[in-house]
Design a protein around this ligand. Structure first.
Ligand SMILES: *Cc1c(COP(=O)(O)O)cnc(C)c1O
Length: 404
């Protein structure tokens, strides 16, 4: 169904979209995020697309490629959100939504030919590395993991040495979660393409309002939409945007066969959340930069990691490739793990919970998770800055830090 729909550039009344992506191409992203994925402005028509609660669709004879048939194959209700994310990432294709960020990552990793080599950040999101290590252990591909902010080392690893063939895929995460290392996007994409590797970028922390990896030349962008894209800590979803129509179709086939197609309700919540992404991102990024500066001066804090700070080794690259520096800050506390646990027990505006990118500020000591890398210090607390008043957030944080 999708192949023909994309080729024809068609939209259907059923999915609630009146225009294909090209109609919005000249709009600023903060306008497109509000305008795209809507029904035709006809008398009596709804302003929002419908939530279609049907697993199956009337279909006689040979199933048509251009009409919906079964919601696991493709869920027309999710097309508006897929269009919006595709536009935001400057992709030529709409996004492909998945049932979680991990399902999206699984699908993106399936683009690698069997037995090929993948270069990945050694401090990528721990779920990403756990999945990649499992696939590598099964012999699906070979894995080289190294710090993604060490540009020359990554370039050398891509080319292959010690008898290794050149890599088939470079996986970038920037900033990484939770160490917030910054990769040099344009330099790494160029080096990867030189050896024929495709580049996938996990853009979860920065969001498309913070950086657009496809503009650096990357081939695939991946999101955990459970974070800032949804933005309200009420859904689990993932998204992938591909540059090539072949990759786009491969991702859709993978989703259909593996059954990781999301439900219409989740697609609705995502679209609703996306409408305010520009505003939420602006506020949370500005507050994060303010709080990072204030935290640097607090005696209970040993180290503050945020790409906005001159003390961050990736500050120059972040200034060049990002708009804003993200809403996540990591801090290391003077008093070790105990101090970090004590901080998490004494806040009232910062929810002690995992996840990031929501309207509500959150914090957690990352090493409380057994699966977190030992390179992450025991005292490291990851802060996700929401959209509350920044002085209230600071007041709460500084009182809790002082009581450790
Ligand atoms: C949360 C997260 C994921 C995983 O996404 P889920 O929606 O939880 O499956 C992947 N990458 C990054 C950077 C994340 O923060």
């Amino acid at each position: 169904m999708l192949a023909a729909r994309l080729a024809a550039g068609a939209t259907s009344k059923l999915e609630g979209m009146s225009h294909t992506r090209s109609f919005y191409a000249d709009l600023s992203p903060d306008t497109a995020v509000v305008a795209a994925g809507r029904p035709e402005w006809e008398q009596g028509e709804p302003v929002n697309p419908p939530v279609l609660l049907s697993s199956t669709f009337i279909s006689r004879g040979v199933p048509s490629e251009t009409e919906p048939s079964y919601s696991r194959y493709d869920n027309p209700s999710n097309h508006p959100a897929e269009q919006v994310i595709g536009l935001l990432e400057h992709g030529p294709c709409d996004a492909v939504l998945f049932a979680s960020g991990m399902a999206a990552i699984d699908a993106a990793l399936s683009l690698i030919p069997p037995g090929a080599r993948v270069v990945m950040p050694s401090h990528a999101y721990n779920g990403t590395l756990a999945l990649a290590r499992e696939l590598a252990a099964e012999g699906r591909f070979r894995l080289s993991a190294l710090p993604i902010d060490q540009t020359q080392d990554v370039i050398a690893a891509l080319a292959g040495s010690d008898g290794c063939a050149p890599a088939a895929m470079l996986w970038i995460e920037t900033p990484t979660n939770p160490l917030l290392e910054i990769a040099d996007g344009a330099a790494l994409v160029a080096a990867a393409h030189e050896v024929g590797a495709v580049v996938a970028v996990d853009n979860t922390i920065a969001t498309p309002f913070g950086q657009r990896p496809l503009d650096w030349g990357a081939d695939v962008v991946v999101h955990s939409a459970s974070k800032a894209l949804g933005g309200h800590s009420d859904l689990i979803l993932g998204a992938v945007v591909a540059m090539s129509p072949d990759d786009d179709l491969a991702l859709r086939d993978f989703r259909r066969v593996h059954g990781s197609t999301p439900s219409a309700f989740d697609g609705f919540l995502l679209l609703r959340g996306l409408r305010t992404l520009a505003l939420r991102n602006e506020r949370s990024n500005a507050s994060a930069a303010t709080l990072a500066r204030r935290l640097e001066a607090h005696p209970a804090v040993e180290k503050v990691i945020h790409p906005s700070l001159a003390s961050h080794p990736g500050n120059t690259i972040a200034k060049a490739q990002m708009t804003g520096f993200g809403s996540v800050i990591s801090i290391e506390l003077v008093g070790g793990a105990k101090a970090a646990d004590s901080l998490a027990a004494q806040t009232r505006s910062w929810a002690p919970a995992t996840s990031l990118g929501g309207v509500e500020s959150m914090l957690e000591r990352r090493r409380r998770w057994p699966g977190e890398f030992t390179d992450v210090p025991e005292s490291l607390v990851r802060l996700s800055v929401g959209i509350e008043n920044v002085d209230d957030l600071w007041e709460d944080l500084s009182q809790a830090l002082s009581r450790i």
